[in-house]
Design a protein around this ligand. Structure first.
Ligand SMILES: Cc1cc2nc3c(=O)[nH]c(=O)nc-3n(C[C@H](O)[C@H](O)[C@H](O)COP(=O)(O)OP(=O)(O)OC[C@H]3O[C@@H](n4cnc5c(N)ncnc54)[C@H](O)[C@@H]3O)c2cc1C
Length: 363
């Protein structure tokens, strides 16, 4: 007899969704999350940078209900208010440094991108609401899996636990790089996982939070594209309750970012905000910076080198592990892999497959 029916590794959107679906179906689950917080790549912070459930999205910001029915359905089921990414006003285009930035009317946005009121962490808050706290373990990394008669032994800090089945709700590349397997994964599985890019892992975001949305007052939407940098893409990040902010993705590679350092990068980004949006941008109330490539619970050394989309794989786990291990992270989804929508779809499919297996074994 094992300690639990299903052990879930990872407490991001995928892990918590699969936990919720299995718990709702009466399956005995325990979830182990390495970070001290839940959410994974979903990270909403306040102006001081403290993680919470209302503020600025340092990870994902948008979903596209028109082409992503899985996340649209979850947002609907959880009854979460959303609002469109602000695009009213002109867009700015900066072509080269010796030519001033130019403004153009914003083209209609298709498909429409939506943001969640409060930030994406509200998804995590709502998924956790249905789950007993004693089944969710934060700050507990799983470091090793041993295949044994009747299930799997998981190595956690200072102890081991056993489960009939394991659901891995984390990027395959991260899992391959940071966990050990006994017996070893088949070479084709190892190659597949290592070759699957973790979506957005090479990227970094910078936010500048202001007292007034001065760019709106000047008829600008907050959207800008730049071939000068350091940010090639900038958007309005004002919260639903009206804290004005702009954010941009850094266009400088991860190794170079590490060399330059956060303080210098933020200064260069604020200078760019001034160039594009005017002198008032020079005095943000606060700035925020998150470099996902430097986060070892998202990115591996391989990620900065490849920022492609994950590709479809017909079988994520081969050999003896295929009976007891199911992948559920966004990168393993058949649709919208890498996105929030992919995390919902892959985890819903994993829950259905595991419940079917349990039903078959019980019968
Ligand atoms: C900067 C950025 C912007 C993005 N923008 C968008 C967007 O606008 N729209 C969109 O749809 N998607 C976007 N994404 C992608 C989106 O964030 C992901 O698709 C989604 O959050 C993935 O969820 P997940 O649960 O599959 O994986 P993750 O969120 O990565 O969760 C995996 C979890 O596993 C944990 N873990 C890792 N190793 C272990 C271990 N050994 N033991 C236990 N736990 C472990 C991690 O700590 C993490 O909590 C963005 C991502 C980033 C980084």
């Amino acid at each position: 007899m094992n300690d639990m029916r299903v052990a879930i590794i990872g407490g991001g959107l995928a892990g918590l969704n699969v936990a919720r679906l299995l718990h709702r179906a009466g399956v005995d689950i325990q979830l182990f999350e390495a970070r001290g917080r839940f959410g994974g790549r979903i990270l909403t912070v306040d102006a001081q940078g403290a993680a919470g459930e209302d503020g600025f999205d340092l990870g994902p910001s948008w979903f596209w209900p028109g082409m992503q029915p899985a996340i649209a359905a979850l947002v609907g089921e959880l009854d979460l208010p959303s609002f469109p990414q602000r695009t009213e006003g002109d867009v700015i285009f900066e072509r080269m440094s010796r030519e001033g930035p130019r403004r153009y009317p914003t083209p209609p946005q298709e498909p429409q991108s939506l943001r969640l009121a409060g930030g994406c962490a509200v998804l995590i808050r709502e998924l956790r609401r249905d789950l007993p706290a004693e089944r969710l373990h934060a700050g507990v990394p799983v470091t090793r899996l041993d295949l044994r008669a009747g299930g799997v032994r998981l190595t956690l800090p200072g102890r081991t636990v056993t489960a009939d089945h394991v659901i891995a709700a984390l990027p395959p590349r991260l899992m391959q790089a940071t966990m050990s397997f006994n017996p070893a994964l088949p070479p084709e599985t190892e190659t597949l996982w290592r070759g699957t890019p973790t979506w957005m892992a090479p990227h970094a975001k910078v936010f500048a939070i202001y007292d007034r949305p001065f760019w709106r007052e000047a008829g600008l939407s907050g959207t800008a594209q730049s071939m000068v940098g350091p940010m090639p893409e900038i958007h309005d990040a004002t919260t639903h309750d009206g804290q004005p902010a702009l954010f941009g993705f850094l266009g400088i590679g991860a190794a170079e970012r590490a060399r330059i350092g956060e303080a210098t990068l933020i200064r260069a980004c604020v200078d760019q905000f001034v160039r594009l949006f005017g002198a008032e941008a020079a005095r943000p109330r606060a700035t925020l910076y998150k470099d996902w490539a430097a986060d070892p619970l998202t990115a591996t050394d391989a990620d900065p080198a490849s920022s492609d989309h994950p590709v479809f794989a017909p079988q994520w786990v081969q050999g003896p592990w295929s009976e007891v291990l199911t992948m559920a992270g966004s990168e393993t989804s058949t649709h919208e892999a890498g996105y929030l929508a992919g995390a919902v779809e892959a985890s819903s499919n994993a829950a259905a497959a595991v419940m079917q297996g349990i039903g078959a074994r019980a019968g």
